[in-house]
Design a protein around this ligand. Structure first.
Ligand code: HEC
Ligand code: HEC
Length: 290
């Protein structure tokens, strides 16, 4: 805050403390103890007595406590207090203490290969907590995903299901890029290629439409989705030859994906969580398969 505002806060705070003190001090005795003030409320008379001593000293002690508090902790404008306390300092102290306590446990797990860590119940309990905090908002508490957020419990992988691939996904994030084909293919072309995609998935389709779609697929789509539509983890391109859909299984949604493209984004966690926690999470994700 600006120094003028800082002084405003300091003077306001100390001024009101001084005001309370003055008010108490000036009213510590009365001229007519034991007499009434003449005020009567519902038959109850008001006596002109000073505050009881314990009450008076209670207030004095509160004022002294407030002054001590304001000297030790930040509270008076820009003055940071002689105790050098700050919220950020307390947070980093707590984080350091947690790192010291849990660091060795995480490091111990980091030395175990992901594929073995999967069978360690204590590590998986830790993984479940990390997943609930960092991942469940998008992938669901059980990891089953929802539209646009992949199901991590099924056997299909966009970016590959090896330990190293999963670790790379969590550490660095992933940016999928499925181009929009509407402008190039026009409505007819989109309808044809969608029909072929549904044939790849094993549905009953209009054979002549699908045939026309196959030619387009082999021109425009094989580079990423592969000749049989089996997908390509290098590009994050999903398999199209099964009934697992990231963006919905209806004819309309499939055409929509082809016409308008899709750009799913998985955020990077390496910096936020550190390599050891990513390692445990990778094992937890593999464990979801079982
Ligand atoms: C440059 C690579 C690339 C090309 C070329 C490409 N795709 Fe894709 N496609 C992707 C990626 C990557 C995704 C996943 C998008 C995401 O995860 O957000 C995807 C997703 C899809 C989906 C949605 C799948 C689902 O599970 O919901 C369909 C359908 C699809 N593509 C069909 C096609 C068709 C048909 C073509 C050719 C006209 C095509 N793609 C060409 C990369 C590509
Ligand atoms: C903001 C939402 C969001 C959060 C948070 C998030 N993810 Fe993802 N994740 C996604 C999206 C979207 C994709 C799919 C990207 C694409 O379309 O290719 C994805 C993809 C993945 C994949 C790849 C799946 C595959 O089939 O290859 C894994 C593994 C994964 N996430 C794990 C995690 C873990 C573990 C966490 C927690 C540390 C996490 N995600 C947090 C949105 C999120």
């Amino acid at each position: 805050m600006s120094s003028a505002f800082s002084w405003f806060v300091i003077l306001g705070t100390l001024g009101s403390l001084a005001g309370y003190f003055l008010l108490l001090y000036l009213n510590r005795t009365t001229k007519n103890p034991g007499r009434t003030t003449g005020h009567v409320y519902d038959g109850i008379e008001e006596y002109d007595n000073p505050l009881p001593a314990w009450w008076f000293w209670g207030f004095i002690i509160s004022i002294l406590f407030a002054l001590g508090y304001l000297l030790y902790y930040p509270g008076l404008g820009n003055f940071t207090g002689f105790g050098a306390w700050s919220q950020v300092g307390e947070l980093t102290d707590d984080q350091d203490a947690a790192d010291e306590r849990y660091g060795p446990i995480f490091a111990q797990y980091a030395a175990v290969p992901v594929d073995d860590l999967v069978n360690d119940p204590a590590a998986m309990r830790m993984g479940r907590r990390l997943f609930a905090t960092n991942c469940s908002v998008c992938h669901g508490t059980a990891g089953t995903g929802s539209e646009g957020f992949p199901n991590l419990t099924d056997e299909e992988w966009l970016w590959g299901g090896d330990a190293e691939q999963i670790k790379a996904t969590i550490s660095n994030g992933r940016q999928a890029s499925m181009p929009a084909w509407g402008p190039a293919l026009q409505d007819q072309g989109v309808a044809e290629v969608a029909e072929y995609v549904m044939q790849l998935a094993g549905r009953d389709v209009d054979a002549s439409l699908a045939n026309a779609g196959r030619a387009r697929f082999n021109t425009f789509c094989v580079a990423c989705h592969g000749p049989e539509g089996a997908g390509q983890p290098m590009m994050g391109a999903p398999a199209l030859n099964n009934e697992i859909w990231l963006y919905g299984n209806s004819h309309l949604r499939i055409e929509d994906a082809i016409r308008n493209g899709r750009n799913g984004q998985m955020p990077a966690f390496a910096e936020r969580l550190g390599a050891d926690k990513v390692h445990i999470l990778a094992a937890y994700v593999k464990n979801l398969q079982q």
